[in-house]
Ligand binder design. Structure first.
Ligand code: KIV
Length: 279
């Protein structure tokens, strides 16, 4: 009987632990990789139990969890806290933690020290950094220490103050070529996966074909090896934010709003708690 762990084949109920090697096998086998973000224990556990392959503790927590306008304010201590609570809920999926803005920009020593903190204190299984050619040496240093690194190219939200806009990146030839170079530099530096954010789908497909490293798209079309969405966005929790690349799989803002209003009405009317909800 063939060994399923080496065949690249995937059973319908595949409860094998997802590793970085498994993601490479999935790319080779043409199996799409499903990824979501999480910031808290209960959501992480539900995502993990639903068979999602990768749980990213994204620094998008700065926005969708903490209410900031950008991801820039996120600190290492906050990332470690979110990572620790998420990893308590994750068994099967690969748990990746974002390195926040400033935690890897001051040199390879600082970057490695902070990556180690996310692994030891947060119990992450891998870290993610934004950038390409410019951070390749730092990626190599972290990889050489035995820490798997996921890259992040195209739109890099930590650079919003330099961009001044969240518009699609790589729509012009010169920037598109730079993004392809970024992907190659990350692959050469040993990254196990690369997030490709908000670029034209043809460019994302070209990058995916150019590197053996799995690509995970967000707003980058269907030509990537996998997809990721920010979980509160795909659950429809934020009615103010609905770019075209976010497919809403639920309307939680409505459901939660109705639940809160019903509870309020029940408390006001005295119908909650009932006798069978009391001691
Ligand atoms: O922080 C985050 O959630 C991310 C995803 C958008 C990929 O980096």
């Amino acid at each position: 009987m063939p060994d399923p762990s080496s065949s690249g084949e995937r059973k319908a109920s595949d409860d094998r632990k997802v590793t970085t090697l498994r993601l490479t096998e999935m790319k080779r086998a043409g199996e799409r990789i499903a990824c979501l973000t999480a910031y808290d224990f209960l959501t992480a556990r539900l995502i993990d139990q639903s068979g999602i392959d990768v749980v990213l503790v994204g620094d998008s927590a700065a926005m969708v969890f903490a209410g900031n306008d950008t991801t820039v304010p996120m600190t290492m201590d906050e990332m470690i806290y979110h990572t620790r609570v998420v990893t308590r809920g994750v068994r099967r999926a690969l748990a990746i933690a974002d390195m926040p803005f400033g935690s890897y920009h001051t040199g390879a020593d600082d970057a490695l020290r902070n990556a180690i903190r996310l692994m030891k204190e947060g119990r992450a299984e891998a870290v993610k950094l934004e950038g390409g050619v410019g951070i390749a040496a730092i990626v190599r240093r972290i990889v050489d220490a035995g820490i798997p690194v996921c890259g992040h190219i195209g739109l890099q939200p930590q650079s919003i103050n330099a961009y001044g806009t969240y518009k699609t990146r790589g729509t012009e030839g010169s920037e598109a070529e730079r993004i392809v170079d970024d992907a190659r530099a990350l692959a050469d530096a040993g990254a196990f996966a690369i997030v490709v954010e908000k670029v034209p789908q043809a460019l994302a497909a070209r990058i995916t074909a150019a590197v053996a490293t799995p690509t995970i798209g967000i707003g980058a079309g269907s030509g990537c090896d996998g997809q990721i969405l920010v979980t509160p966005d795909m659950l429809g929790m934020n009615t103010q934010f609905h770019p075209r690349f976010v497919r809403r799989y639920a309307r939680l803002a409505e459901t939660m709003g109705q639940a809160f209003a019903s509870y309020r009405a029940d408390v006001r009317s005295g119908s909650f708690p009932a006798a069978n909800e009391s001691y």
